[in-house]
Design a protein around this ligand. Structure first.
Ligand code: BTN
Length: 278
């Protein structure tokens, strides 16, 4: 798909204080998917891509996890960040959690809302999804070539239409937007993006230098999953039990089955389980 850049990217985030993330921003009015553009740039091995951001006002074919679509109306935030982080492949599962933590931090800083992280990488407010994160990774032997973190945030959008569009999709548990949660109030989109990129750079640097322990602790503190009865679908396998911990080495979820066995959930989908009260 041919699309021209929207405005001079240097003007998008004038006060950005990062070293690498967002120093180059390709800003579009409309694209099929920022993730697809980022992937094709990274796959062509264009030099110096670490920190490059692809940002669009809307997306025509926004991609969600597990082959789903991501409805991308004007007013939301749709961006993909290309990273070449100095971490082990086994730590790459931390990146979506880290991104969800950063989105939560910015929501908290800019509003009085109380966002939580639904493992592995949704941000929810009052139990409804406000942000989704998609990770594409390219590896070679034991080395990460690049990762692309795609972030979609329902910021200044009215959610009513999206709800009716996707309410029958598999895995749907309800969505919301920051504007809906703030009863119609809008938030400055570029302030939000600036704070988000600054937060992500801070935590990626921490992950590279000190490991994931503190990041995972922050995620645990605002987890919407831990302590709950859950059903986890992982490939063809279905695990049921209580979500008891998040592994600080790789970000995997630990589920305690009724037998007392602890299972590790690597990825997939975790749904809250309705526990019957007697
Ligand atoms: C999910 O299913 O929860 C993940 C949604 C990820 C959506 C974002 S929006 C920016 C980037 N471009 C895409 O096409 N998808 C991701």
């Amino acid at each position: 798909m041919f699309c021209t850049e929207y405005v001079n990217s240097k003007n998008v985030l004038r006060d950005l204080s990062t070293f690498s993330i967002g120093r180059t921003i390709h800003f579009y009015k409309s694209v099929e998917s920022t993730q697809t553009i980022a992937l094709s740039l990274a796959e062509r091995q264009v030099a110096n891509l670490h920190g490059t951001v692809i940002l669009s006002e809307d997306q025509i074919k926004g991609r969600g996890r597990m082959g789903r679509k991501w409805v991308s109306q004007h007013g939301g935030i749709y961006l993909s960040i290309i990273l070449q982080p100095k971490i082990k492949i086994t730590q790459s599962g931390i990146l979506p959690l880290l991104s969800a933590l950063c989105v939560s931090n910015v929501i908290k800083k800019m509003t009085k809302l109380n966002p939580k992280i639904k493992w592995p990488n949704d941000v929810v407010i009052n139990g409804r999804k406000v942000c989704g994160i998609l990770l594409d990774i390219s590896t070679e032997a034991d080395k990460i070539n690049f990762v692309i973190i795609g972030i979609g945030i329902n910021l200044n959008i009215n959610i009513t239409k999206i709800n009716s569009d996707i309410k029958n999709s598999p895995g749907f548990y309800g969505i919301t937007s920051i504007q809906n949660e703030l009863h119609g109030k809008e938030i400055d989109k570029f302030d939000f993006i600036r704070l988000l990129l600054e937060n992500i750079e801070l935590y990626v640097t921490q992950l590279e230098n000190e490991g994931a322990k503190e990041i995972i602790n922050h995620c645990k503190n605002i987890s919407d999953t831990l302590g709950k009865a859950v059903i986890a679908k992982q490939s063809a396998e279905i695990l049921q039990g209580k979500a008891v911990d998040i592994d600080e080495n790789d970000g995997f979820l630990l589920i305690e089955a009724p037998s007392g066995c602890i299972y590790k959930v690597v990825s997939g989908e975790v749904m809250g389980k309705n526990v019957k009260k007697n």
